[in-house]
Design a protein around this ligand. Sequence first.
Ligand SMILES: Cc1cc2nc3c(=O)[nH]c(=O)nc-3n(C[C@H](O)[C@H](O)[C@H](O)COP(=O)(O)OP(=O)(O)OC[C@H]3O[C@@H](n4cnc5c(N)ncnc54)[C@H](O)[C@@H]3O)c2cc1C
Length: 321
Amino acid sequence: MAKNIWVFCEQRDGELQSVALELLGIARELAEKTGEKVGAILLGHNISAKAGELIAYGADEVHVVDDEKLASFVTEPYTQAVTQIAREYTPSVILFGATSIGRDLAPRLSARLKTGLTADCTKLEMDEEGNLFMTRPAFGGNLFATIICPDHRPQMSTVRPGVMKKLERDDSRAGEVIAENIAWDESKFAVTVLEEVKEVSGVDKIEDAKILVSCGRGVKDVAPARELAGKVGGSLASSRALVDTGVLEHNRQVGQTGKTVRPEAYLAFGISGAIQHLAGMEESEFIVAVNTDKNAPIFKVANLGIVSDAAAVLKNLNKLI
Ligand SMILES: Cc1cc2nc3c(=O)[nH]c(=O)nc-3n(C[C@H](O)[C@H](O)[C@H](O)COP(=O)(O)OP(=O)(O)OC[C@H]3O[C@@H](n4cnc5c(N)ncnc54)[C@H](O)[C@@H]3O)c2cc1C
């Protein structure tokens, strides 16, 4: 019988990705409901030493495949590795980050394991029988659909970075590290990585910022917002309106088709608060909204609302700070 909640723990250049730790956090919560174990899958080359970190963040057992063939992410070897381990241990759930790697790997794996996959989940819950309730935005984000996979195992889901919360690191946690050997079918390896060229992005990662100064269509000049972000040690973010018009880069977009963020403070200037925008920022710890329209939906999620001209408030804040 299928059992245990697994997380595919993504690493890049030997560094565990934050989403992997966030997924271990929600996996722990789900596992507590059914009394199952949390399993982590760690693939790569020279990465075994990272297993302890996964245990500290909530894994009970870590299945490691440390192999030269997994040095760079290539779909086929990664799929073969996870498929073989999943067939052997039959987990009840496997969670993936909705990253470029997770979005490539999870669908292929679900096809090989003949099960379903729910992409971009924003909420995961479990009943005592071990059925996973996977909630995600549907119809352009205007409603939320909860999807179940009652007839097939494992139940599979991807979750975007920033949606779930990681646990506090606890180095006293104990867990088991299991080194797995894979019987590779190299005849299926159609892709070889010859060289990796990294794009250097000029944009700081908005997902990591503690303070975000975010601009919408109501901001006519983003320079004062950029200045404020610099002064408070934060980053500049954006609604889709300013990305679509080419004012700000897509990497700064918050929302359903942008990034999910949960900073300590989210300052929204001239943003109406469309549901697709709220989906990416409503978990922020403290939200300040500045909008000339007192009925703007952003005020429903704001801790502090200022009905005023965004440019005037930005000017005053820059003068004060
Ligand atoms: C499938 C889909 C996915 C989407 N994904 C995203 C997404 O990821 N992120 C996202 O942001 N949107 C997304 N959208 C678009 C979303 O529906 C909204 O159109 C968008 O968020 C609006 O951006 P905005 O709030 O900046 O602009 P508007 O909705 O035009 O709001 C501008 C606001 O500024 C206020 N304002 C005007 N002048 C001033 C002033 N001088 N001072 C202060 N306030 C002022 C206005 O009162 C208004 O509330 C998506 C839409 C769809 C259909």
